[in-house]
Design a protein around this ligand. Sequence first.
Ligand code: ATP
Ligand code: MG
Length: 573
Amino acid sequence: MHGTTEKYTLSSKTTSPMEENKEEKSLNFIEEIVDNDLKSGKYASIITRFPPEPNGYLHIGHAKSICLNFGLTQKFGGKTNLRFDDTNPETEETDYVNAIKEDIKWLGFTWDEELYASDYFETLYGYAVDLIKKGLAYVDDSNSEEIAALKGTPTTPGQDSPYRNRGIAQNLALFEDMKAGKFETGERVLRAKIDMSHINMLMRDPIIYRIKHAHHHRTGDKWCIYPMYDFAHGQSDSIEKITHSICTLEFVPHRELYDWFIEKLEIFPSKQYEFARGNLSYAITSKRNLLKLVREGIVTGWDDPRMPTISGFRRKGYTPSSIRTFWEKAGIAKRDNLIDIGLLEFCIREELNKTAIRRMVVVDPIKLVITNFPEGQTESLLAENNPEDEHAGQRILSFSRELWIERDDFMEEPPKKYFRLGPGLMVRLKHAFIVECERFEKDELGNITTVFCRYFPESKSGHDTSGIKVKGTIHWLDSATAKEAEVRLYDRLFTVENPGMEEGDILEYIHSGSLKVVEHAKIEPALLEAKPSDRFQFLRLGYFCLDRDSTSEKLVFNKTVGLKDSWAKMNQS
Ligand code: ATP
Ligand code: MG
């Protein structure tokens, strides 16, 4: 993990301003297609759409499609619609519609029109009737097993259904009866009449309408027949005059059917273009599996900070710009690949390094007593809020005889390159003084409870005249003024790099240590004023934000991402 992070850091640092400019100007392959279509005058302006099915929350993969579709019209002008692809009544819910809208807005995009494929049910029905009238569709009384049995295989042709050659009038009457609810769910289907021996299996008389006596989130019980994806998607594109209908690679074989319907119906010729799905390592981007994690209680909900959903990343403290930058850097490919989650972490870390407010927090506290600091006295120290931002201002830290430090920052028998505290060792307390360890105390279980140090009054940060050189700096808090909060530390949700590709159940690959809750972390008093939009760097621990579970009694902080940890690296060597 650290190796990968390092690589990104290096490559970003070595990019000169000129190279960055070049990078900005080069177009991805879809942008090139659009650019050519506009230059050649094929279109005066373009229309794209983002077409989610409202059957779950949006995930990081959807963000790629959003950035691409909205990005095209930001770059080239034109319109981007938000179209809910809500033709499947059973899995769709209004809650999902609202969550999807919130996520797109949060990502920073505004759609031109909010549309629903279900608004086109009447038009789509009319298109189906058109096909029947042209002799290009028929009602099939076979059940799904019978249809499957005649479908053939990729290497052997299919066979005609016994109902394939029904007359137009009979087909029209039967289709009308289907619509009128005269049949049970699954009793009949409407199929396009194309070619049962077509080399593309999807062209072997695909089903275009099925009967489902199910309640729809918008049309209620008005319909009991619903168009299949292939018969709704392209037609919806055409109704909206979408010029570039962008989808993921698994739809390549569907393109032929997409074009066939448009040609036979003689409607606006939208065109489909495919790009590689965005897949992220240690994550899954399938709503079905994400829903499973929610239902099984593996996570607390769709916006659990461990979820690869947009709402999960938001709650974890990711910013919209970090996600947009991530997809910009990952690029648009024509081949499926797995993108290292380290790149996403790099993007948020780089942004937060510039903007986050620095604070000190001790998650696993032990006492540090300054033996030569007078009891009952306090010294006020100035500390900058963000060394990367001169406008971020300063805060006052109190320093007194009893402090909190991390348990990890003391070792009874430190190895050679341990630049923290141990018997006789010296370290700097951040923003404060150099201290030297004199002795320590343990409890009956052998755990360190208190470390005793002397401090060097002339070593104060910014005014150090002590001449003492130390290699390590650690964070600390004044025990007299420190407050408490809950800190939630997240790790990967999965134990394997590509959980979606593993055999068996996704639940077998859940990382049991994906959440560690520190109920009583010590925090700086300034953190009591934290606002939901604030981003913090807890020194040496990582980046954090306030969680929505916070109350006035108890603040809760989420870990967004770790720092590039020089300690971890040192400890490996
Ligand atoms: P899921 O399997 O998660 O349900 P989906 O493709 O069925 O995914 P939709 O709601 O139909 O989900 O997707 C809306 C749009 O987002 C589609 O255009 C789809 O191609 C695109 N999309 C979905 N997943 C990804 C992904 N991982 N990378 C890029 N685009 C995606
Ligand atoms: Mg889909």
